[in-house]
Design a protein around this ligand. Structure first.
Ligand code: ZN
Length: 370
C-alpha cells in the first residue's frame, strides 16, 4: 500500500488531517490558551453509539496513528451508509501529544514543575493531595539502574539480570505501571493534569454529552522494542485492560476475529496501569445504561519477545541520563528510541497500515451487523 498517509512532522500531519476531515465529516478543534498544539477531531455520522479512534498520545510513536486515521477517512468514511451514520458517530481524535510528536519524545515536558510526563499515566489521577498519590514502590527498585550511564553491554546485561530476578515478584512489570515520585523516571505520571490531558477529556465529554448510549474507544499505538531491519516484521494486537472473562474482552473478540486480543489477568481486582486513558474513560462514562469498551491497538516492531522490553526500558533510561547530564539526547540513543517505536523502514510502515486496514474493516463490518 503506497499512499501519502504518513507525515514528516506535526504541522504536515495536522494539515492533512483537517483537510481530509472537513471533506468527510464535521471537523472540530480543541484549542487551549498558550498551547501551540491544537487537537483537531472529526465527527462522522451523528448516532448515539460513539466509536472513537484516538492517535498520538505518545509522541515517540510517530505518525502511524495519524496515517491510519487518514486511511480511514479515505477508504472507509466515504462508504458509510445513512443508516450507519444514524446509528453511530465515528470520532477520530488526531495526535493528542503534539509536543511529543514534534520533539520525538514519548512524554510531554512539564515546563512549570519539571519532569517528563507520560500522558497515558496522567489521566483520572487525583493530584489535589500529593501525599495520597498512587504509590509504586516496586518501580523505585529499578530507578537507579535504568537511569545509570549509557553502556550498551554492561547496562543491558544488568537490566537483563534485573528482569530475571524480578519476573516473579512483579517488580519487572511494575516499571511500566506508572509512578509519581521521580519526575525524570520512566512512566512518570506527573504532578498535575497536563494540558493535553484536559483537552482530551474535554473532547470525550463533548462526544459523550446528550444522546450517548455507548462508547467504544480505541487508541492507536506503536512500538514494543527495537526493530531489526533485516528480519524485523510488523506485529499487531489489541490490548484490553481486563481479564479474559470480562465482557469487554469478549466484545472485542467478537468484533475483531482476526486480531489477537490480549487480555490482562492481573486486572482482576482493578486497573493495572495507573492514570491510563482507557481505565479513566471506563470510570468516567460507564453507567448501568451506557456500556464503555476501551482498548489500545498496538503495532509492534518485531520478534524479540524478551530483549525488546529490555532495550525499550534501557533506551528510555539512557535518554533521561543524556537529558539530565548533557542537556540533550545523544544521537545514538535518539536513533535507538525512534527506530524502536516508529521504524523508518517503509515495508514496516506499509505493513502497519495494512494491519490498521484489517482493524477498521472488521470493526465496521461488525458494527453494520448489530
Ligand atoms: Zn503508546
Amino acid at each position: 500500500m503506497r499512499h501519502n498517509y504518513y507525515s514528516e512532522n506535526w504541522y504536515q500531519a495536522t494539515d492533512k488531517f483537517y483537510k481530509n476531515a472537513s471533506r468527510v465529516g464535521d471537523l472540530k478543534w480543541c484549542v487551549a490558551n498558550g498551547h501551540e498544539f491544537d487537537i483537531p477531531y472529526v465527527f462522522i455520522g451523528d448516532g448515539p453509539h460513539k466509536i472513537v479512534i484516538n492517535s498520538g498520545i505518545h509522541g515517540i510513536e510517530g505518525y502511524f496513528g495519524s496515517a491510519a486515521q487518514n486511511m480511514f477517512m479515505d477508504k472507509f468514511a466515504r462508504n458509510l451508509t445513512p443508516d450507519f451514520r444514524e446509528k453511530y458517530t465515528i470520532v477520530l481524535i488526531h495526535v493528542i501529544n503534539g509536543w511529543g510528536m514534534q520533539n520525538r519524545m514519548r512524554e510531554v515536558i512539564d515546563t512549570k514543575r519539571g519532569g517528563l510526563v507520560d500522558l497515558n499515566r496522567n489521566f483520572g489521577v487525583d493530584f489535589s493531595r500529593p501525599d495520597s498519590l498512587p504509590q509504586n514502590p516496586q518501580y523505585d527498585l529499578a530507578h537507579d539502574l535504568l537511569l545509570s550511564a549509557p553502556d550498551a553491554v554492561n547496562k543491558k546485561n544488568a537490566i537483563k539480570s534485573y528482569r530475571a530476578a524480578h519476573l516473579r515478584d512483579g517488580a519487572w512489570d511494575a516499571i511500566s505501571f506508572g509512578q509519581y515520585k521521580h519526575p525524570y523516571g520512566l512512566f512518570y505520571g506527573g504532578a498535575a493534569p497536563m494540558m493535553e490531558n484536559k483537552m482530551t477529556m474535554h473532547i470525550y465529554d463533548n462526544i459523550m454529552r446528550d444522546d450517548a448510549r455507548s462508547l467504544t474507544s480505541v487508541g492507536l499505538h506503536t512500538g514494543l522494542g527495537r526493530f531489526d531491519r533485516k528480519n524485523g516484521c510488523v506485529t499487531s494486537e489489541l490490548l484490553v485492560s481486563h481479564p479474559a472473562n470480562h465482557k469487554n474482552v469478549q466484545y472485542f473478540n467478537k468484533m475483531l476475529p482476526s486480531i489477537p486480543i490480549i487480555s490482562d489477568e492481573r486486572a482482576k481486582s482493578g486497573p493495572v496501569l495507573l492514570g491510563d486513558l482507557v481505565d479513566c474513560l471506563e470510570v468516567r462514562y460507564t453507567t448501568p445504561e451506557i456500556p464503555v469498551y476501551t482498548a489500545d491497538f498496538e503495532i509492534g516492531t518485531g520478534e524479540y519477545p524478551i530483549m525488546s522490553p529490555i532495550y525499550k526500558r534501557m533506551d528510555m533510561g539512557d535518554a533521561r541520563y543524556d537529558l539530565l547530564h548533557n542537556g540533550k539526547i545523544n544521537p545514538q540513543t535518539w536513533a535507538n528510541l525512534t527506530e524502536s517505536w516508529y521504524p523508518s523502514d517503509t515495508r514496516w510502515r506499509d505493513a502497519a497500515l495494512e494491519r490498521a486496514f484489517i482493524l477498521f474493516s472488521e470493526m465496521i463490518s461488525n458494527l453494520k451487523q448489530r
